[in-house]
Each structure stands twice: as C-alpha cells, then as structure tokens.
Design a protein around this ligand. Structure first.
Ligand SMILES: O=C(O)c1cc(=O)[nH]c(=O)n1[C@@H]1O[C@H](COP(=O)(O)O)[C@@H](O)[C@H]1O
Length: 230
C-alpha cells in the first residue's frame, strides 16, 4: 500500500486552507499536519472539523514545558482522536514520559522533535553551544525519546539510518525538510528529496511549501507522492 505524504497546512487562514483542500478529489484520503499557525487561530474546533471530514491529523504543537503541564495538556489532546502529536525531545526524560502517560488510552502516536531541520551544525555549535556533531546530537535525542516511551521522532531524512540503528527498526522516523529537486530550500537546512527520504528509510514525509505554494497544488502533491512511493 502507498505511504501517505503528510501535508503541512501552513496557511494564513482557514479560507485559504479549505480552498486548498477542495482542490483534491473528494475521495482522496489525506494525512494533514495542523501546526502552530492554524492551531493558534482556530484551536480544537478546526481539528474537529478536519477529523469529521475524514482526514488523518498530525497535530504539531511541539510541546516543551515542565512534565506536569505537558502531561495535563496531553490528557486533553488524548480525547481529540488525532493520529500524531509532537513534543520536543530536549524537554528531557521526565517530560517525554509524562507526555506518554497523558496520552494513555488514546491511539495518538507521540513523536519527539530532535534537532529542527532548520538548524545546521553552525547554529548548533555557535548559537546553542552544543559541542556534539549534529548527527550525534540527533541520535542522542532519539535514544532519549525511545527509552522514555515515545513512538518515534521528527528528524531530517538524512539521520534516519543512524536513528534506526540506535533505537529500533519499528521506531517511527517522520521527516520534514523535504525538497523535490526543483524546489526552493527556504529556511530549511537539512533537506532531502522524496526519493532520498525513501531510500534512507523514512516512515513518513512531511511536505509544506513545495505543495502549498505550488501553482498547481494538486499536481505538486501527486508528483511528490509518486516519487515517494516509486
Ligand atoms: O515538527 C515538524 O513537523 C517539523 C520539525 C522540523 O524539524 N522541521 C520542520 O520543518 N517541521 C515542520 O514541517 C513543515 C515543513 O514545511 P515546509 O518547509 O514548507 O515543507 C513545517 O510545518 C514545519 O513546522
């Protein structure tokens, strides 16, 4: 079976977003990522609306707070019937465990963001003063997420083989920073094409602007989906 391409719904408002979704055939099953931009404007009613339309939802809130706050927030989100939720792995072992506890009883997969794909080695070393090599930092955070109960991580596709090696083959690697050959890289740093992501073993890819800012958005989606599943 074909693996879905998760589309990042990073739109200025709901009208633009619904207009985008209406460009797809009615029966098209879609896996959609609701991020901070849309969630801050429309909150849970928007999530509910898209679930009722039958879409799978990846709720990308990148939670990063003290364990108690994260647990209580996850307890709320557990009732929303979303497929995936993000936290930051750098919140630490207790926060990761608390998030998982908060989601208990739901089918929501917990994914921990390792190093944002918009950060390269230069930012890691000079700004965050992390002395590790980027790939070691990513695998370290992935291990932390794995040992504390997360279902998977968010990383660049470039790190997937190393992450699977230190965790498990079944530990989910969801990879944004996807750029087909002709696309603009924008603010991303650690990027891969859909085909590279496939070869590197990504479980799911997340694509935003190469689809949402394309002239023919549906066609851009179809092309990426074909390359990803080829
Ligand atoms: O958690 C994420 O989804 C995420 C993590 C990360 O490290 N990098 C990253 O780009 N993302 C998200 O993935 C999407 C990528 O969008 P494009 O760069 O437009 O394809 C955005 O919605 C980001 O918020």
């Amino acid at each position: 079976m074909d693996k879905p391409v998760i589309v990042a719904l990073d739109f200025a408002n709901e009208v633009e977003c619904i207009d985008f979704l209406d460009q797809f055939p009615k029966k098209q099953s879609l896996f959609l990522k609701i991020g901070l931009e849309m969630f801050c404007q429309y909150g849970y009613p928007f999530v509910k609306k898209l679930r009722e339309r039958g879409y799978n939802i990846f709720l990308d809130l990148k939670l990063h707070d003290i364990p108690n706050t994260v647990k209580r927030t996850c307890q709320m989100i557990a009732k929303w019937d979303v497929q995936m939720l993000t936290i930051h792995a750098s919140g630490g072992s207790k926060m990761i465990k608390s998030a998982k506890e908060g989601l208990a009883g739901s089918n929501t997969k917990l994914l921990a963001v390792t190093q944002l794909t918009s950060l390269g080695q230069v930012e890691l070393t000079n700004e965050l003063q992390v002395t590790l090599r980027s790939q070691d930092y990513v695998t370290r955070l992935a291990k932390l997420a794995f040992t504390n109960g997360a279902d998977g991580v968010i990383s660049s596709a470039l790190e997937v083989p190393m992450i699977k090696e230190v965790t498990s083959e079944s530990f989910l690697c969801v990879t944004p920073g996807i750029r087909p050959k002709s696309s603009k890289i924008g603010d991303q740093k650690r990027v891969a094409t859909p085909n590279q992501a496939k070869k590197l073993g990504s479980d799911l890819i997340v694509v935003g602007r190469p689809i949402t800012q394309a002239k023919d958005k549906y066609n851009a989606y179809v092309k990426i989906e074909k390359e990803w599943n080829k």
